[in-house]
Each structure stands twice: as structure tokens, then as C-alpha cells.
Design a protein around this ligand. Structure first.
Ligand code: ADP
Ligand code: MG
Length: 277
């Protein structure tokens, strides 16, 4: 508890100093400056990303779209601190990752970034709660077993699965498995949630439910960046970045944003009408 409030005080001090120096300017979560990534395999160079400058502020909800091969995953790998730029700069939460060692980068990733994947990536013979607790093994050595359990339960409750804690993935639907994966991504209280096609394996109704969870988290202040192929899904976000051939081609706020609660209510009403007919 003492450590936590010390951290909070540090954070308050940092913000106070920052506000004195730059009134009302938040530190961006993501700052890419002329980011380039070139893969070399044998004699061939692939210019996967060819100079992207992009800023994402705390509290944003961004969809990254673009055809296959346009550089989306390469960009996500960099935002997720899994990889470094070939040239240009990447600042995460104000920290230039060029200046971090491998271990420091891994530590930053474990503490500040939550990942959600298309295929859920849960351990099969492990309960929902144990899956959610997993990231704490690597990064919260200070938290007791009981503390970890409580945090895991809290994260499961956040995604509406408190009553499924002891289920293994095979006893959960696809949507429920993705909720477990989201709880796992949240358990270390990250600053950024990254999702690569999180609804790619789900039917349309379940996809809307998952977007509802992201919207709720975003409303509470979580920064979310997700890759999607579906325009319908991108419309639940607040901003859409479109990539083509390793460059950002469009970057716009979403107009007429979908709200998951509204869309689910519409679906429910339609279903009722069909049943009555
Ligand atoms: P997207 O996610 O939009 O489909 P990627 O970022 O995966 O795009 O890929 C962008 C380009 O970089 C593609 O031409 C792809 O073949 C190439 N690429 C991606 N990863 C590697 C790698 N590890 N080695 C070589 N080429 C790669
Ligand atoms: Mg990809």
C-alpha cells in the first residue's frame, strides 16, 4: 500500500511539474517520428513501414486498417515494444525506447502494455483465473499469491466473467475466451491496450459485445489501439488510421460512431420482432 501511494505521489509530482512547464499538455502514450522498418532476408530488403509519424494521446481509441501487407502488424510490434525501429524514433509514454536495454524494454512492455490477439492464446488446461494471473508471474514479484488472486478476480469481474473463474477454455465460448484474454491483458493495469484483429474469430453479435468491453474500458480512460479489417468494427473506435504500402494514407476521427450498447439493443429488438412474427 505504501509503495502504491508513493508511486501515486511521484506521478502527481511529475504531472504538476509538467503542467507548470507545459500547461494542459499531456504526455502522448505513443509518439512515432519518421518510423521506418526494413526486414532483410538474404539479399532482399522489405520496406514494411516507410516513414510514419503518428501521435496517440492518453484516452484515445484508435483503429488501424489497411490491406494485408500494408505494415499494420509491423507497426503494432513496435507500439508493443516487441521490436525496434530500423530508423526514426519511438517514444512510449515519453520514454525514448532507443535508450532502453533489452531487459528494460521487456520490463516496460510487461508493466505498461496489454496484448489481445485474434486467436485468444489462452493456455488450454488452465482455468480462466489462472490464465488471467499469468502476466503477474513475470512482473509482480512483490504481490502475494492472495493479492494476485484478488487482482485476477477483479479483472475477470471487469469483463463480466466473475462466475467462470474455474472454467478451462474448452468450457467457454469464443466470446468468453476473448473476455478472459482481455482480463489477462488488464491484470497488470497497463497504460495501453493493443489488440490485433480481436474480433477476427467471432460472429458479429459477439464482436459487438467485445467492442462494448473496449468502449467501456476506453470510457474509463484506457488507451486502446486495435487492428481490424472490418469497417463496421472500426466504427466503434474514435479514430481510424489507414495504412497503405507502409505509409499512413488517412487519419480521421470517426463520424457517427457506433455504440455497442445501442447496437446490441437494436439486435435484441430485431430478434424479438422475428420471434413475434
Ligand atoms: P500487415 O500486418 O498489414 O499484413 P505486415 O506488417 O505483417 O503487414 O507486413 C508488411 C510487409 O513486411 C509485408 O510485405 C511482409 O511480407 C513483410 N514482413 C513482415 N514481417 C516480416 C519479417 N519478419 N521478415 C521479412 N518480411 C516481413
Ligand atoms: Mg498483420
Amino acid at each position: 500500500m505504501a509503495a502504491r501511494s508513493a508511486v501515486r505521489a511521484d506521478e502527481r509530482n511529475r504531472l504538476a511539474i509538467q503542467n507548470l512547464t507545459y500547461p494542459n499538455v499531456a504526455i502522448p502514450i505513443v509518439q512515432l517520428e519518421e518510423f521506418r522498418k526494413t526486414y532483410v532476408s538474404g539479399e532482399v530488403e522489405v520496406h514494411a513501414v516507410r516513414g510514419v509519424t503518428l501521435t496517440i494521446q492518453p484516452g484515445e481509441f484508435v483503429a488501424i486498417m489497411g490491406a494485408s501487407g500494408s505494415g499494420k502488424s509491423t507497426m503494432m510490434n513496435t507500439l508493443g515494444c516487441l521490436d525496434r525501429p530500423t530508423s526514426g524514433h519511438f517514444l512510449f509514454d515519453g520514454v525514448n525506447i532507443d535508450e532502453l536495454s533489452r531487459d528494460e524494454l521487456a520490463d516496460l512492455r510487461n508493466r505498461k502494455i496489454g496484448f489481445v490477439f485474434q486467436g485468444f492464446n489462452l493456455l488450454a488446461r488452465t482455468t480462466a483465473l489462472e490464465n488471467v494471473e499469468l502476466p503477474m508471474l513475470y512482473c509482480r514479484p512483490g504481490v502475494s499469491g492472495r493479492g494476485q488472486r484478488e487482482r485476477g478476480e477483479k479483472a475477470l469481474a471487469l469483463v463480466g466473467l466473475a462466475d467462470r473463474a474455474d472454467h478451462t477454455p474448452s468450457r467457454l465460448s469464443g466470446g468468453q475466451q476473448q473476455r478472459v484474454a482481455i482480463a489477462r491483458a488488464l491484470v497488470n493495469e497497463p497504460k495501453l491496450l493493443l489488440a490485433d484483429e480481436p474480433t477476427g474469430n467471432l460472429d458479429s453479435r459477439t464482436s459487438i459485445e467485445i467492442m462494448g468491453i473496449f468502449q467501456e474500458l476506453n470510457d474509463q480512460g484506457m488507451t486502446v489501439v486495435m487492428v481490424t479489417h472490418e469497417l463496421d468494427i472500426a466504427r466503434y473506435c474514435r479514430r481510424v488510421v489507414v495504412m497503405r504500402d507502409g505509409l499512413v494514407r488517412n487519419d480521421d476521427a470517426v463520424k457517427d460512431r457506433f455504440l455497442a450498447t445501442e447496437e446490441l439493443a437494436k439486435l435484441h429488438a430485431e430478434q424479438k420482432a422475428v420471434q413475434l412474427a
